[in-house]
Design a protein around this ligand. Structure first.
Ligand code: FMN
Length: 264
């Protein structure tokens, strides 16, 4: 967990890939990471399928949604899950571990949104009848090796003051919020907010207006799963114990997700 935590500060999205394929040993190590990816809910498994021939896949399957960048990469991972309650949060939680572990191997990634429907993707990835494709991870070597890791001023993120809507945060827990502040999110929307009460971190999502919510809500639920993963990775990196509890504290314009209670 310490390695994953360290990679929080060393990860960024890559959008310009060198189109050479990775060697078999590297692809095998990626497969090992996928095999070990943790699940948020028992019984709700997030599935991963590597697409080795990314060129063909990218032409047919990665679309452009609005102005969102289409990313061409030598390989992709198709992420799928059963549409059960909480499946988007579960996807974000699991994939956060995957991208940080891949970053540790020195493999560049970019989470991307599929632009086509299941029938097209099913031609490339073995999807069970009740599984839906949710996201892709484009991966490979970056065109410019220096762009694998973020420069010191890379992260364009909200300040701690913006995302902590209620505090104070004890000094010993500040690093947890510093870590989750850097989590990746769709369109960099950073929909998470935190209400901190002693050793409890209540995790909340900004509610969107009707128009925005139609498209962004589903993506933002994935983002919330990523945020939860970052918090847990940070806590575990210091060997601290915690539990997840439901302890709703209503806040205007916020949707409550879950509370992380740290053992003091
Ligand atoms: C759920 C989700 C979907 C995303 N979809 C796309 C996408 O379709 N195209 C893209 O270029 N980036 C996509 N991203 C990457 C974000 O734009 C990126 O994580 C964010 O801007 C923060 O930048 P960073 O990852 O370099 O820290 C996605 C990220 C998430 C979490």
């Amino acid at each position: 967990m310490e390695t994953l935590y360290e990679n929080i500060f060393r990860r960024k999205s890559t959008r310009n890939f060198n189109m050479d394929t990775l060697d078999e040993a590297s692809l095998l190590r990626v497969q090992e990471i996928l095999n070990k990816a943790p699940d948020l809910f028992e019984g709700l498994k997030v599935n991963y399928h590597i697409i080795k021939d990314g060129k063909d896949f990218s032409e047919k399957v990665t679309g452009i949604i609005g102005a969102y960048t289409k990313v061409n990469a030598p390989h992709y991972i198709v992420i799928s899950c059963i549409e059960h309650s909480g499946f988007r949060q579960a996807t974000g939680y699991s994939l956060a571990h995957v991208i940080l572990a891949m970053n540790d191997l020195g493999i560049a990634t970019c989470i991307t949104y599929p632009g086509v429907d299941k029938s097209v993707i099913a031609k490339y990835a073995d999807l069970h009848e009740n599984q839906v494709p949710i996201l892709f991870i484009a991966f490979g070597n970056p065109e410019n090796p220096l762009e694998l890791y973020p420069k010191p001023d890379y992260f364009k993120r909200r300040s701690l003051n913006d995302i902590i809507i209620q505090g104070p945060v004890k000094r010993k827990y500040k690093y947890i919020l510093e870590a989750v502040r850097l989590a990746p999110s769709s369109f960099n929307t950073q929909p998470w907010r935190f209400s901190v009460d002693g050793n409890r971190i209540h995790i909340l999502r900004v509610k969107l207006g009707f128009i925005k919510s139609k498209f962004f809500s589903s993506l933002n639920k994935i983002d919330m799963g990523i945020a939860l993963a970052y918090i847990i990775i940070a806590i575990k990196s210091k060997g601290m114990k915690f539990k997840l509890i439901k302890d709703s504290t209503p806040h205007v314009d916020m949707e409550y997700m879950i509370t992380v209670e740290i053992r003091e």
